[in-house]
Design a protein around this ligand. Structure first.
Ligand SMILES: Cc1cc2nc3c(=O)[nH]c(=O)nc-3n(C[C@H](O)[C@H](O)[C@H](O)COP(=O)(O)OP(=O)(O)OC[C@H]3O[C@@H](n4cnc5c(N)ncnc54)[C@H](O)[C@@H]3O)c2cc1C
Length: 446
């Protein structure tokens, strides 16, 4: 169907179509006209030209973990890069060349083998390109910045089917836009990421009962206000898994999970968090970075339906925390959650790079995640909207581009970026994709 194409081309009705179309979020129903599973970068260029010649909309699929299913396009062509899988580590220059088909769980061990790491994802199943093109906030974010901050360059196939080597000195405008602009400017076939020496972190989770959780969260916020960049944490209001590892009284019931991550080991800042409240369980200790990154994979299993609302927050006050604790008691699924993460550290440092990420001064990110098994999830999504609405008075401006939900419209998407950043991103899009072939957050606001 495409002359010279070496990979696999699959259309509706062909064997294997449903498996290749499937993304992590089962609520996404878009059915592309063609999935081009590319064998190499040359196939990517051929598939892009094929779509362009026929005026068909294009998307790119990598890890398939976008909440809104942006890897798929109804009636269009999906460039599936999952077979672009090389990892090449240059320990002397501290750079890794990473194939765009990889997930973080495939990359981290390859870096760790050299005693190195990068600012990758906190859940190992997430794809490298989608994560990096969006905000890319992971456990090493406070010490080393966002994924986009550490993107040194990329190989990009443009809407014209041209292959560009993109970096600070080559197509600098496109390079700027790739570092958090949300994608839709071309197909990345390879990313070049900055590496740092791997330290063995102290990490794990403090599990608190829901009674008293509001006070624990407020104390954690206070205790970490001036914490060093080596310390990171999250507050997750959700149900404890029905796992014998958890105390019987909280299994399957709403709890506060407090993951703690310290690149300085079990120092006084970790000790301070341990002294807050009375944790039912404390798994914090020296661990392996790869192991910690896979430890929460099961909280977001495949084969379920999901939606999300997110917001960058100026901070969190007592009323917001109380509202969140009450909200989780009303959730209908044990996998639904409210998750708070602090920013600061390298993300907010005065010398942080100038990228499209527009919320460096925010205090926290909140994600309200709705889960359901079948149907349209109306009740759980209404719960999500209520929980999120109760926090929006503390908005620092808008949502996280990597946590946009199923039905968020142009007005909302626009606020993921500062107005002047969005204008610049759209100018880059006009330069590199003048006919708007790629579907993305940028095409949605245009
Ligand atoms: C369980 C879970 C945990 C998460 N944790 C985090 C987190 O800790 N921090 C964070 O910042 N985000 C997180 N996210 C959000 C995630 O980073 C984004 O949803 C991201 O878009 C997923 O990337 P992907 O490659 O897996 O997805 P895909 O669905 O394959 O792609 C997502 C977007 O990127 C584009 N894209 C993919 N590959 C390419 C490419 N090669 N070239 C150009 N465009 C491409 C797609 O077209 C699409 O628009 C999480 C998501 C889930 C489901």
């Amino acid at each position: 169907m495409i002359e010279g194409f070496r990979g696999r081309l699959v259309a509706p009705g062909d064997g294997g179509y449903d498996g290749l179309r499937r993304v992590w979020n089962e609520a996404v129903t878009a059915r592309p006209l063609l999935i081009a599973r590319c064998a190499d970068a040359r196939d990517v260029a051929l598939a892009v030209r094929h779509a362009r010649d026929r005026g068909l909309p294009l998307t790119v699929r990598s890890g398939g973990h976008n909440f809104a299913g942006r890897a798929l396009v109804e009636g269009g062509v999906v460039i599936d890069v999952r077979d672009l899988t090389g990892v090449d580590v240059d320990p002397a220059r501290r750079v890794a060349r990473i194939g765009a088909g990889l997930r973080w769980g495939q990359v981290d061990p390859a870096l760790q083998a050299h005693g190195l790491a990068t600012a990758g994802g906190s859940v190992s199943k997430v794809g490298v390109p989608g994560f990096t093109l969006g905000t890319g906030l992971g456990w090493l974010g406070r010490s080393h910045g966002l994924a986009g901050d550490n993107l040194l360059g990329a190989t990009v196939v443009t809407a014209e089917g041209e292959t560009l080597d993109v970096g600070p000195d080559s197509h600098p405008d496109l390079y700027w836009a790739l570092r958090g602009g949300g994608g839709g400017l071309g197909v990345l076939t390879e990313l070049r990421m900055r590496l740092f020496p791997l330290v063995r972190p102290a990490a794990g989770t403090l599990v608190h009962p829901l009674a008293g959780a509001a006070s624990v969260i407020s104390q954690v916020i206070e205790a970490t206000a001036d914490a060093p960049a080596s310390l990171s944490w999250a507050a997750v209001l959700t149900c404890a898994p029905p796992d014998p590892f958890f105390p019987a009284e909280v299994r399957g019931r709403p709890v506060l999970l407090l993951p703690v991550f310290s690149t300085a080991g079990e120092d006084e800042h970790v000790a301070r968090l341990r002294r807050i409240g009375r944790p039912l369980l404390d798994t914090v200790g020296p661990t392996d970075l790869c192991a910690f990154h896979t430890s929460t994979d099961e909280a977001a299993p495949d084969g379920m339906r999901w939606d999300v609302r997110s917001e960058w927050l100026t901070g969190l006050d007592g009323a917001a925390v109380e509202h969140s604790v009450s909200a989780i008691e009303e959730a209908g699924s044990p996998l639904s959650e409210l998750l708070f993460r602090p920013l600061g550290g390298a993300i907010a440092a005065p010398d942080a790079p100038a990228t499209p990420f527009s919320h460096r001064a925010a205090g926290h990110l909140v994600e309200v995640i709705a889960n359901w098994a079948d149907g349209d999830g109306a009740a759980e999504r209404a719960w999500m909207e209520r929980a999120w609405a109760g926090l929006r008075r503390l908005s620092a401006g808008g949502p996280d581009v990597n946590h946009l939900g199923l039905t968020e419209g142009p007005d909302r998407i626009r606020t993921a970026y500062a107005p002047q950043v969005l204008e610049r991103l759209l100018a880059v899009r006009r330069a590199y994709d003048p006919d708007g072939a790629f579907r993305s957050v940028l095409s949605d606001v245009h």
